[in-house]
Design a protein around this ligand. Structure first.
Ligand code: G6P
Length: 616
């Protein structure tokens, strides 16, 4: 949801800022812009609708030979104001001497705009951000405050969320930053400093990072940094060394990140099995579990999982797993709903927040309600030191390495694997699993990456299937029990990547509505491995067949019957019922990926979407 970059130092400022923008493009790609301060202390602003590559061309055409002291950049996911050059960031003040980039939403911008218009300011964009540039200059010029105080005073007027980087001809050797609700980090190099919405903006150059907290304002000049609160008091924040495993990865010969990330799932599932847990005496130990010792876990009466998007779908699988294996009542809540509900929280409730990015605004806010009621928060995330991590009492890392494709793939399967491990841990703590059963399950889990590989090896058949159905306008995805969330995830992948309408449904609910949609034009994808609900799924498939629907199955390789009645099918290897979702989702990811590519779409950056949703 918008990416912010900044650099001050002796490297070529243009290249560092543009490189940072490329690395953050997954956060938004409606437009991109930069502002630099040159050696004569003048601001230059360039903005373009579209991707960073369009902006880069413009920059190279105009200022390839100019040398700069510092610069900021922004890649936009539009919230206020349509996608246009005028609405692209950076936004400048009336004099053009202040340029700012912003991620977040200024909720009282109408009120602030009216105030500025009364004072004679003319706003040129439809954005909420522009008001801030004018407001800061208003305090700077009318109240003769220094830039830090003007910036602080303007932020005191703001309701909403922000991550901001600001440069100005008034103080041309500094970058000002601020954060509330939207993430912002500072990277410390030798005689140089970086700003990034996340560390991928600069991880190539430094892994020494300051994570700003809410209502922090900072100034960097390349040699020193100073952080203040909104009252102007100095705050002491120490940098942390971030895991260099998080190095930004390139395409390595794949045509897209989505393709690469689908195909590297065996590798990262193995990685999660090796890094997320320590197996000790057939028990599972999570290295960053902190509060959640077996002793404390025993007191837990109820679990609430909260998340958004694919993480929510994974959470729903978590409910089936935890209730079946550990017998702890579990509910799954959309974070965007949970944060505005009136949940009844008890001290012995455990909240699991699932978020790949660790920055999703709704999930971050949702966990604050139970936290203030004394419940403990466990987060499952892919990004160390993310905002959600910092609110949590314990963390399990997905260990999937960076995921760049907007649609979650490898982080989804790693999350489900983590939820399996967590359920086993909880079950073991409650003595619900015999040592033999535990051993058997861990043994089978270690073979899951190979089984995923066997499915990936069927890519040609899945491509053929995608070609056959690519022209269909609607799809229905059905599943039962633990595979119902996979029907939801399969449909979500197709919607996101190919813009085809797809609905995921609990197969047993089909007769209460969706059955009316079935005719010879409607393809129905059944997730129907040979598990405890197999016979029920077979009945649902027959119901669709008898209404002439096209039936496609994700079925077990041992299944001899379904191949005789389905129009098409893809086989997955046999495994325990609990592990089926990790396998059954793979053909659906590939199917969506191939349909999207056959339709000529940008599968890494689907229209209107963004990877990290840091606004509500
Ligand atoms: C966005 C992404 C999805 C993701 C969701 C939740 O919508 O496009 O792929 O599942 O956010 O993100 P999180 O980082 O919280 O898992």
């Amino acid at each position: 949801m918008c990416g912010i970059v900044g650099y001050i130092g002796n490297k070529d400022v243009k290249s560092v800022v543009l490189n940072g923008l490329y690395n953050l493009e997954y956060r938004g790609y409606d437009s991109a812009g930069i502002a630099f301060i040159d050696r004569k202390e003048k601001i230059h602003v360039y903005k373009k609708v579209g991707k960073v590559s369009v902006l880069e061309k413009e920059v190279l055409k105009n200022i390839s030979n100019v040398s700069f002291k510092l610069g900021i950049g922004h890649t936009r996911w539009a919230t206020h104001g349509k996608v246009s050059e005028q609405n692209a960031h950076p936004h400048t003040s009336a004099s053009g001497k202040i340029a700012i980039v912003h991620n977040g939403i200024i909720e009282n911008y109408v009120e602030l705009k009216e105030f500025l218009e009364e004072k004679g300011y003319k706003l040129v964009s439809e954005t909420d951000t522009e008001v801030l540039a004018h407001l800061i200059e208003y305090f700077y010029t009318t109240e003769e405050l220094n830039l830090l105080t003007s910036f602080t005073k303007a932020l005191q007027q703001v309701k909403g969320t922000y991550a901001i980087a600001l440069i100005s001809e008034y103080e041309p050797n500094k970058i000002f930053v601020a954060r509330k609700g939207s993430p912002l980090t500072i990277g410390l190099g030798k005689g140089e400093m970086f700003v990034g919405s996340d560390i991928y903006a600069f991880i190539k150059y430094t892994n020494l990072v300051i994570y700003l907290n809410d209502e922090n304002i900072g100034i960097i000049d390349g040699l020193a940094y100073n952080i203040y609160d909104l009252e102007g008091n100095t705050i002491d924040i120490r940098p942390v060394v971030t895991d260099s495993d998080l190095m930004f990865s390139d395409l390595q010969g794949y045509r897209s990140y989505m393709e690469k990330e689908i195909f590297e799932q065996p590798l990262y599932l193995k990685n999660a099995l090796e890094k997320s847990i320590i197996i000790d005496n057939d028990d599972i130990i999570f290295p960053y579990f902190n509060f959640f010792s077996q002793e404390n876990i025993k007191k837990i009466n109820r679990i609430i999982i909260t998340a958004c998007g694919s993480s929510w779908n994974a959470g729903l699988i978590g409910k089936y797993l935890i209730e079946k294996l550990a017998q702890i009542p579990t509910s799954v809540e959309y974070a965007s709903e949970f944060r505005y509900s009136s949940p009844i929280i008890h001290q012995n409730d455990m909240i699991i927040a699932i978020s790949q990015s660790g920055e999703t605004a709704d999930t971050l806010e949702a966990l604050k309600i139970p936290k203030s009621n004394g419940a403990k928060i466990l987060s499952i995330t892919n990004i160390p030191n993310s905002s959600i991590c910092r609110e949590s009492d314990g963390i399990i890392y997905m260990n999937a390495n960076q995921e760049i494709g907007v649609a979650a793939t490898k982080t989804f399967t790693n999350t489900v694997l983590i939820l399996v491990l967590l359920s086993l841990y909880l079950a073991n703590g409650k003595k619900l699993l015999s040592t033999t059963k535990m051993k058997k399950m861990l043994n089978e889990l270690s073979d899951i990456p190979n089984k995923v590989q066997q499915i990936l090896d069927q890519k040609e058949s899945i491509f053929v299937l995608a070609n056959k159905y690519v022209t269909k306008a609607n799809f229905l995805y059905l599943g039962r029990g633990i595979n119902y969330p996979i029907a939801l995830e399969g449909a979500l992948k197709l919607k996101e990547i190919s813009y085809i309408h797809a609905e995921g449904y609990a197969a047993g609910e089909m007769k209460h509505g969706p059955l009316a949609l079935i005719d010879e034009f409607m393809p129905v994808i059944f997730v129907a491995p040979k598990d405890y609900l197999y016979e029920k799924s077979v009945s649902n498939i027959n119901e669709v067949k008898s209404r002439h629907g096209k039936t496609i199955g994700i079925i077990s390789e041992s299944d001899k019957y379904l191949p005789t009645i389905l129009d098409d099918y893809i086989c997955i290897p046999q495994t325990f019922d609990e592990f089926n979702p990790i396998l059954s989702v793979i053909p659906l990811q590939l199917f969506a990926y191939y349909v999207g590519t056959i339709r000529g779409l940008n599968v890494d950056k689907p229209r209107n979407l963004a990877k990290s949703v840091t606004v509500e």
